[in-house]
Ligand binder design. Structure first.
Ligand SMILES: NC(=O)c1ccc[n+]([C@@H]2O[C@H](COP(=O)([O-])OP(=O)(O)OC[C@H]3O[C@@H](n4cnc5c(N)ncnc54)[C@H](O)[C@@H]3O)[C@@H](O)[C@H]2O)c1
Length: 271
């Protein structure tokens, strides 16, 4: 998600510092961005000049202190509250006093990240959708601690990026994932209990509901580890059985079958 968000912001004319823990990962993300922009040039959707300008706005680094001068930092690391809280505390000591710290979390309580900093009024959720350059929605999550100015500033940023922001309270899953994940989870259960096979489940939801992809293909796109983390967070918050992850999902994650990113999930992407 991080690379996609960087692409969105750089295309909107914003200077972007793309930071990953390893320099080679950050460089690989920029190489991926270059490839993605190259395809857009080939299809005539982007000029070579604009591609060069977008790439010129992105700097790749492994150094967290390279974010010191940023006005807005959007965190998009693994969906793990302890990792995110530790990162927010560290960022708080690095960025300037008036900088906004945002999280791209799919479900986790934004307020928990806010109170890990000395600037809880400047911490907010800015939730992009996958793939970020294609999907028009951004959910703006305002924790109890956020100031109106912070919410207004990130709403303006999302709009400047060409997105349609919606505002939502700090509740697990926000709007989209709270509604979407019972459906995705029940598709795994349906596969598990033998009601239908993978291809028929996906074909049914495409053909019957006009969805662009079936639920099992969508889980592979989201990532099965991220999906499991989302369901665990939803279940922890609401104790609704529809959010209790299907056992098959947990076993697939344990096996390292994470979907597209690992090459194998409900579908095989290795060929
Ligand atoms: N996948 C989606 O469809 C989607 C959509 C919207 C939001 N999100 C959210 O975006 C965030 C990232 O998800 P993703 O799908 O890009 O996951 P991913 O697994 O593709 O990427 C996670 C990144 O976090 C890094 N990371 C792992 N452990 C870390 C640690 N201890 N400290 C710092 N970095 C660490 C990894 O190196 C990797 O670069 C999550 O919060 C997720 O909920 C995901």
């Amino acid at each position: 998600m991080g690379a996609g968000i960087a692409e969105v912001a750089a295309k909107a004319g914003v200077d972007v510092v793309l930071r990953s823990r390893k320099q080679e990962t950050a460089d690989a993300m920029v190489a991926g961005l270059e490839k993605s922009l190259g395809k857009q040039v080939d299809k005539g959707r982007l000029s070579e000049e604009d591609r060069d300008a977008v790439l010129g706005r992105v700097t790749a680094t492994s150094d967290l202190s390279a974010l010191a001068d940023c006005d807005l930092v959007i965190e998009s690391v693994v969906e793990d509250l302890d990792v995110k809280r530790a990162l927010f505390a560290e960022l708080d000591g690095i960025v300037k006093a008036d900088a906004i710290l945002a999280t791209n979390t799919s479900t986790l309580p934004v307020v928990e990240m806010a109170v890990a900093t000395q600037r809880p009024d400047k911490v907010v959720g800015v939730h992009f959708f996958n793939p970020a350059p294609m999907m028009s929605l951004v959910e703006i999550i305002a924790p109890l601690t956020a100031s109106d100015e912070t919410v207004a500033a990130v709403t303006e940023f999302a709009t400047a990026c060409g997105k349609g922001p919606v505002q939502v309270k700090d509740r697990a899953g926000f709007i989209v994932n709270a509604l979407l994940f019972p459906y995705l989870n029940n598709a795994v259960r349906m596969l598990e209990n033998g009601t239908a096979n993978r291809d028929d489940i996906d074909a049914a939801m495409k053909g019957g509901c006009n969805f662009p992809m079936g639920p099992l293909a969508l889980l592979d796109l989201v990532g099965l580890d991220t999906s499991l983390a989302i369901l665990d967070a939803l279940y922890a918050e609401f104790a609704d059985p529809n959010y209790s992850p299907a056992p098959a999902l947990r076993r697939m994650v344990a096996a390292g079958h994470l979907g597209r990113k690992s090459g194998q999930g409900f579908y095989d992407y290795r060929r």
